[in-house]
Design a protein. Structure first.
Lengths: 111, 195
């Protein structure tokens, strides 16, 4: 019973500790510091206005995607052309009994 | 309200004197409110700056559907809660910044202005214990309790800020006190058992 009373007393004392507070005040020169932060942010924005415009961001994204698609298409076409060339070369070499290496050195040999 | 409207229009039109006046009028309330949530003077100062920067950038969106002070209090509460959430995330994932809320001494933690050196270690410890208990309250109870006990706002003012009825605020405060008592009882039971 005593123990419970003690616990309750402690709880009440702790809750009452809030009453001993007085309010906190802002630190000095707050306005100056706020102004400096605003000006700092604004100067960054002025420099980055180009990247902040949503339409420009969309245009840049579409451009990157287009470049990627074009690159993939170009690479595919390039490899297809190279494969066709090699096939043609191989057929030619077979017809005339010529051996060819991957470095395109042509060796003549007699079968 | 007309005076307020004119004042707001001055700030929107970029009159620096008007914005400075706003900061001077509300800086202590904002700082005290933020301090009530974060219990650290430097953090409260940073948050106060963030609040006024937000006010500066959003003042043209303020629709006068509440008073200017209510609107500013709302921003202060939201910024403080966002800050607490961010600190918890850092604590959970970082492990680099130690934000212990246990019995470790934290510099400048819940210092009162009228604290003298002999306002004892006991009082300071009680405040820390209370702060830990308040941190465990559900969000709305914590907001209502902090605004009422720490910022000393009336039920009507709190209901405006939280956009809830006065009876809801009464209920929140009643439950907050009940929960705090329970948390503190459990804490002291454990203390008595350990000692």
């Amino acid at each position: 019973m005593n123990k419970n009373k003690n616990i309750q007393a402690e709880v009440e004392k702790t809750l009452l500790s809030l009453d001993s507070f007085s309010k906190m005040k802002a630190k000095p020169f707050l306005f100056t510091r706020i102004q400096a932060k605003i000006e700092n942010k604004e100067s960054k924005w002025a420099f980055n206005w180009l990247f902040d415009a949503p339409i420009l961001k969309t245009a840049a994204l579409l451009m990157i995607i287009s470049i990627n698609i074009l690159s993939i298409t170009y690479i595919n076409d390039y490899y297809n052309i190279r494969i066709n060339e090699e096939n043609t070369l191989t057929s030619f070499a077979d017809e005339y009994s010529i051996s060819i290496s991957t470095e395109n050195n042509i060796n003549l040999y007699n079968e | 309200m007309n005076v307020e409207k004119e004042f707001i229009n001055d700030i929107i039109s970029g009159k620096q004197d008007a914005f400075k006046q706003l900061v001077d009028d509300f800086q202590n309330q904002v700082h005290n409110t933020c301090y009530g949530f974060v219990a650290n003077n430097d953090d409260a100062d940073d948050l106060t700056q963030e609040v006024f920067i937000e006010v500066f950038h959003s003042i043209n969106k303020f629709k006068l559907d509440s008073s200017l002070s209510t609107w500013i209090y709302r921003i202060a509460v939201n910024k403080s809660l966002d800050y607490i959430k961010k600190q918890k995330r850092i604590k959970r994932w970082g492990g680099i910044i130690k934000l212990s809320t246990d019995n470790e001494e934290v510099k400048d933690r819940w210092v009162g202005h009228n604290d003298t050196p002999d306002i004892s270690l006991e009082q300071k410890e009680r405040r820390d214990i209370l702060k830990t208990a308040i941190d465990k309250l559900p969000k709305n109870q914590k907001i209502a309790f902090t605004l009422n006990k720490y910022e000393e706002l009336s039920y009507k003012e709190i209901s405006s800020i939280m956009d809830q009825s006065i009876s809801s605020i009464e209920s929140l405060l009643h439950r907050a006190k009940k929960n705090l008592k329970e948390t503190l009882e459990n804490y002291y039971k454990k203390e008595f058992l350990d000692n």
